[in-house]
Design a binder for this molecule. Structure first.
Ligand code: PHE
Length: 444
């Protein structure tokens, strides 16, 4: 057990982990791995991607509609509890991959967790899908920092497509070329400086030929360029409708391809979109590794997969300033959106935020330190969605004692009402109490 696991186990031991946890009506036994708080379990029933009148659901339909009739099955009903086998092992995550740690992932117990990505369903979909490709949309969960664009639950859409060498025989290349040609052309500027694969930085798999790798990666890239074009042109339209006159709205869309690494694809890429003066990471993808296909009972087959995050794109599309808004039950939010239409969010409140700092001396390094995600979790668990952000604002080492001091600034802000100082003081005191009683830090 590594140190961060031990540390987090301490926080949960002070919270008295229940004997069992019930998620989506299923009850699971807990163990020393359990770290999923009730506030997160409560989100697993929301299924925002299935709500046709919610920005996440509207975005999902927009993308699905651009790919109807092109050979894809759409899966939208997978439940978020998966096994470590599905989420990690079958995809070839090494044992020591940080994604497996308790500081990054919500465990129900040692072998069961809340999926951290939609790739957890690739195995099942490759097994059961009867069309050449599929899309999966779902809620995913990661322990993370707290700010306007990070929330421990978000949404992804996975896509995949395969070609069977046994079925296509000699016509495999021709079929791939036809399929590439049949993808609607889009008017965007594409920067793709690297070759499709390179031994040194982005190797291909030995079971595939150079031409196969080249063609599969072209199909993947043209497919994602189509997706990005559809979505970001909608985002531009909605920004213009809302009255924005920024010059980039009238320029053609610019995207770039960069090399990436994922344990279950090779070669791997990321696509980024030039948006408001910076490169925005949109999507990771690559040529599926043979072992993922053969583990699913698919032999002699080649293909690609991608995974795109929906929340940040929906924030751009609908002009939503804070990711927490997706989860609010406030009518003033939900009443603004309707199926099939992209409209700009009109803020219904600007209640001021109030900040409180928490400063402490960290223990000597050979004692138990505090992982930033543990702090985030404690704050979120105490004050829920009233926390707008938590930021490290100061850090220094005492010149004489060598001890390290940190100061985090917590911004408390409700989206729906004003908070009183008394109320915030109670939360702040509770955060300090938990820190004091759980970690060997010295509050200042
Ligand atoms: N699951 C990856 C992520 O969450 C994205 C991905 C999907 C990459 C499929 C490659 C293939 O970042």
């Amino acid at each position: 057990m590594n140190r961060s696991v031990f540390r987090f186990a301490r926080y949960f031991s002070t919270k008295k982990v229940p004997k069992s946890v019930t998620v989506n009506g299923q009850t699971y036994a807990t163990d020393s791995w359990t770290n999923v708080p009730a506030s997160i379990v409560a989100l697993t029933d929301r299924q925002l991607h299935l709500d046709q009148n919610h920005p996440i659901g509207i975005l999902r339909s927009l993308i699905e509609n651009s790919f109807k009739g092109m050979g894809y099955t759409f899966y939208n009903n997978f439940k978020p509890v998966v096994t470590t086998f599905e989420n990690f092992d079958v995809l070839g995550f090494p044992e020591d991959h940080p994604g497996r740690s308790k500081s990054d992932t919500y465990y129900i117990n040692e072998k069961t967790l809340l999926r951290t990505h939609t790739s957890a369903h690739e195995h099942e979909c490759f097994q059961k899908c009867s069309t050449p490709g599929y899309f999966i949309s779902a809620d995913v969960y990661r322990r993370d920092e707290i700010d306007r664009t990070h929330y421990p639950a978000f949404h992804q859409m996975e896509g995949a497509r395969i070609w069977s060498r046994s079925e296509l025989g000699d016509s495999l290349h021709e079929k791939l070329r036809q399929d590439i040609a049949s993808i609607p052309k889009v008017d965007i500027i594409v920067e793709d400086p690297n070759p499709a694969f390179s031994d040194a930085t982005n190797p291909k798999q030995s079971y595939m030929t150079d031409v196969e790798t080249e063609l599969v990666s072209q199909h993947l890239k043209r497919t994602l360029e189509l997706l990005v074009n559809q979505v970001f042109n909608e985002a531009k339209k909605s920004a213009k409708l809302a009255g924005s006159e920024e010059p980039y709205l009238n320029e053609p869309l610019r995207v770039r391809w960069i090399e990436a690494y994922f344990p279950w694809t090779a070669p791997s890429y990321e696509i980024e979109v030039w948006w408001k003066g910076e490169w925005l990471e949109v999507c990771g993808c690559g040529v599926v590794r043979e072992q993922v296909l053969t583990n699913s009972g698919i032999e002699n087959t080649i293909g690609w997969a991608f995974g795109v995050g929906l929340d940040r794109i929906a924030m751009l599309l609908f002009g939503i300033p804070d990711i927490r808004l997706f989860w609010t039950l406030d009518e003033r939010f939900s009443s603004q959106f309707t199926r099939g239409s992209i409209t700009t969010f009109k803020p219904y409140s600007k209640y001021p935020g109030t900040t409180r700092d928490v400063s402490f001396w960290l223990p000597d390094t050979d004692k138990l330190p505090l992982h930033e995600n543990d702090l985030m979790e404690i704050v979120r668990d105490t004050a829920g969605d009233l926390v707008e952000s938590v930021k490290l604002v100061d850090q220094f080492v005492h010149p004489k004692t060598g001890r390290k001091s940190q100061c985090y600034r917590i911004n408390y802000q409700s989206m729906d009402r004003s908070l009183t100082n008394d109320e915030i003081n109670v939360y702040q005191e509770k955060v300090r109490d938990i820190l004091r009683s759980t970690y060997e830090i010295e509050l200042r």
